[in-house]
Write a protein that binds this ligand. Structure first.
Ligand code: ADP
Length: 384
């Protein structure tokens, strides 16, 4: 009980610090932006800090939500065929600029031919595991390189290959390393490797514990080999349950849309009850559209859609008063099969995507909405 109390206090102190620090950046620099006669450079600098702080805040919130879901036993798996090589290449492309911006190098290694690199697992969890470990490798290294990848290990008889084989992943950095006596504790909640917090870089000490839970849920284990000052290698395993079918069974709604070149001609309905979010969306899609309609709840969205059969795109918030976005989409689909509906939610939970697609949405985006992501999503929907 004492230990649990100590952890709870550590949690609160840590959360309070972790949330206040980015808020300090956001509110402080928003205030400073109001200073008259700021130069363009100064404005850009302040905006950059606000953006960075916002992202940091989002990371911590995501971690808290994940840990709470784990604690409540609500974290579920969504097992499908997933190609590991594709994921590794995607992650490589994603992190390369960040690593290079630090003056470091990023390498990856996929040892199986892509056709044999499909396993049945939870794709989003594997993505979260790898990105968490790579983010840490970047965060806790100042020079050198980061290498990640996997090898196929067979345990037991060759005849039983497909049953007992596993993929052993590694993420190797040339960073600050972890003292021997802390190598176990770092996988616990809220624990950072140096107790005095002297070297601790931003973070709440949740990443590795979430990562560990995910790996164990997927039937693997995680461990670390590290030497202070020389870098760390994190290892984890996933069962290799090879599936030879190459096609993924992901359901996608067929869009029968023959709209070709849109310029500014798209007619867009924004269904969103939160004013700030609605304002943000209108501003972003202003690039595609000078005909923007707004609905403040699910019923309004259905009605507006009924009265405007020429709407091209609906940005459908899921959490809305009266009827929610899923229900509104189902209703709209009874009389309009062509309009492109993109669900937008603030939950970011596994399963939301499937629920949106099942309801009849064409695609799905999570808040905070990123301008480039939304633009390319809309473009993608029209290409299908
Ligand atoms: P956070 O990074 O938010 O503190 P984590 O749970 O991801 O939380 O990591 C826990 C601790 O483990 C970190 O605070 C850090 O001290 C240590 N750690 C994790 N990854 C590395 C790494 N690649 N190199 C050195 N130390 C690491």
């Amino acid at each position: 009980a004492q230990e649990s109390d100590r952890l709870k206090s550590a949690f609160l102190a840590n959360m309070s610090h972790e949330i206040r620090t980015p808020m300090n950046g956001i509110l402080g620099f928003s205030e400073l932006l109001k200073t008259p006669n700021l130069s363009g450079d100064e404005q850009q600098k302040y905006i950059g800090i606000i953006e960075k702080s916002g992202n940091r805040m989002l990371n911590i919130i995501n971690d808290i939500v994940d840990i709470s879901k784990i604690e409540a036993g609500l974290m579920k798996l969504d097992i499908k065929e997933s190609n590991i090589n594709e994921q590794i290449e995607y992650i490589y492309t994603f992190f390369k600029p960040e690593v290079e911006a630090k003056g470091m190098q990023l390498f990856f290694k996929s040892t199986l031919p892509t056709k044999q690199a499909t396993i049945k697992t939870d794709r989003e969890k594997v993505f979260a595991i790898l990105t968490n470990l790579i983010k840490n490798a970047i965060k806790y290294s100042d020079e050198g390189s980061i290498e990640f990848g996997y090898v196929l290990k067979t345990v037991g008889e060759v005849a039983e290959l497909s049953k007992k084989a596993e993929l052993e992943f590694f993420i190797k950095d040339t960073g600050i390393g972890i003292p021997k006596d802390r190598q176990k504790a770092i996988f616990e909640r809220f624990i950072q490797s140096d107790i005095d917090d002297k070297k601790a870089r931003q973070g709440a000490g949740l990443g590795l514990s979430i990562t560990k839970v995910y790996i164990e849920m997927l039937g693997g284990k995680i461990w670390v080999k590290s030497e202070e000052g020389n870098g760390s290698t994190f290892y984890f395993t996933l069962p290799y349950n090879a599936e030879l079918k190459e096609k993924n069974s992901a359901k996608e709604i067929e869009v029968t849309n023959n709209t070709e070149n849109h310029g500014k001609n798209l007619k867009i309905l924004i269904a969103e009850d939160d004013e700030v979010s609605s304002e943000l969306l209108s501003t972003i899609v202003g690039e595609f559209s000078n005909k923007i309609l707004i609905a403040k709840n699910g019923n309004e969205a259905v009605e507006i859609c009924r009265n405007n059969p020429d709407i091209d795109v609906i940005l459908m918030d899921i959490e809305m008063p009266e009827i929610n976005g899923y229900e509104a989409t189902v209703k709209i689909r009874t009389f309009n099969k062509d309009v492109i509906i993109i669900a937008q939610t603030a939950f970011g939970l596994t399963g939301d995507r499937e629920k949106s697609l099942d309801a009849g949405c064409n695609d799905y985006i999570t808040k905070p909405i990123n301008k480039h992501e939304l633009n390319s999503l809309i473009k993608k929907c029209f290409k299908k």
